[in-house]
Design a protein around this ligand. Structure first.
Ligand code: AKB
Length: 312
């Protein structure tokens, strides 16, 4: 049967690039983009678009039936920094959107679901380096609590109702096409814009804050590949650890200085420092590599060059 895909949250950082990638794969007409607000002109002009609220179960169902949707990618979420400002709103959006989509799969109105988890499921009591796939998870942020809870529900819907749901714990994602929205890892994108425009950047994390990161192209490949994998290869139905890069602001700044020698950085940590301090510094993703063949392609040098060349 032909794939008919709905992307919820197509205006966001991942949704925008994922929509264009999937339209290339499955043809423009088969990938329906949706969001609360209009997406980039590329997304709006290349295929179908619906205004859709991820919290509105009826509206999602109507869109799914109207377009004969088979697969849903639920990319709408409130990220870590914003969710700390609006805890209840963050919790409600992140949880109700997930239930809306899982219930459609449970009722056999769609076949497959992608839902993004995050390294935010881990907390201060988790081993900080090479964080294993299965380990202590005591997240201390609203976003992390919602992602960890979401993972449990994904596994429950799979075991109890046979829902084919697949998920990845994204690290911080770096891209030049769409701005990020309210995350703790956003500094790693802001820094490039400021380095090119003003040759200086004030970082909201301290110099030594090492976090797991990934260039967007790798994240898109991971997302598409986990959805393409045969069901029996997806042995983990909460979410897979995924890794590519790990660096701190000082190391990233030094890399940027190779291209912009007079770039300077200073550090003024704010409330996001506590969020970052509760997260791992590096991730062990051996299980994803073994189960469905995940591998990353872009290292820190390549990522820095791509960002600078494209933002110039
Ligand atoms: C955030 O910083 O909130 C996100 C994430 C790591 O999930 N980028």
């Amino acid at each position: 049967m032909e794939k008919r895909i709905l992307i919820i949250g197509a205006s966001g950082q991942i949704g925008n690039e994922l929509t264009m990638y999937l339209r290339n794969m499955y043809s423009n007409k088969n990938v329906i983009a949706s969001d609360l607000r209009e997406a980039s002109s590329l997304v709006m002009e290349s295929g179908p678009f619906e205004i859709l609220d991820a919290m509105d179960a009826k509206a999602i169902e109507k869109t799914v039936l109207k377009h004969n949707i088979t697969d849903v990618y639920l990319m709408a979420a409130m990220l870590s920094a914003t969710a700390e400002k609006y805890p209840i709103k963050g919790w409600e959006l992140n949880m109700s959107s997930l239930f809306n989509v899982l219930n459609l799969a449970k009722d056999k109105k769609i076949e497959k679901v992608f839902w993004p988890s995050s390294i935010a499921v881990f907390g201060p009591t988790t081993p900080k380096t090479n964080t294993p796939q299965g380990t202590i998870m005591e997240p201390t942020t609203v976003y992390g609590i919602s992602k960890q809870t979401g993972e449990r529900w994904c596994e429950y819907y799979h075991k109890r109702y046979g829902v084919d749901v697949r998920s990845i714990r994204y690290p911080g994602l770096i891209s030049y096409k769409t701005p990020p929205g309210g995350g703790t890892t956003d500094y790693a994108i802001e820094i490039f814009h400021k380095a090119l425009k003003e040759k200086k950047y004030t970082c909201f994390l301290n110099a030594q804050t090492t976090l797991p990161m990934m260039f967007m192209d790798d994240a898109i490949h991971a997302t598409v590949n986990i959805m393409l994998a045969p069901s029996h290869k997806i042995k983990i139905r909460n979410a897979y650890n995924l890794a590519a890069l790990s660096f701190n602001p000082q190391e990233l700044a030094a890399n940027i200085q190779k291209h912009i020698p007079d770039f300077t950085i200073e550090y003024k940590p704010d409330f996001r420092q506590a969020i970052a301090d509760s997260w791992p510094a590096s991730i062990d993703d051996a299980t994803a590599r073994e189960d469905w063949g995940w591998e990353h392609r872009i290292d820190l040098d390549m990522m820095t060059k791509i960002m600078i060349d494209n933002l110039k």
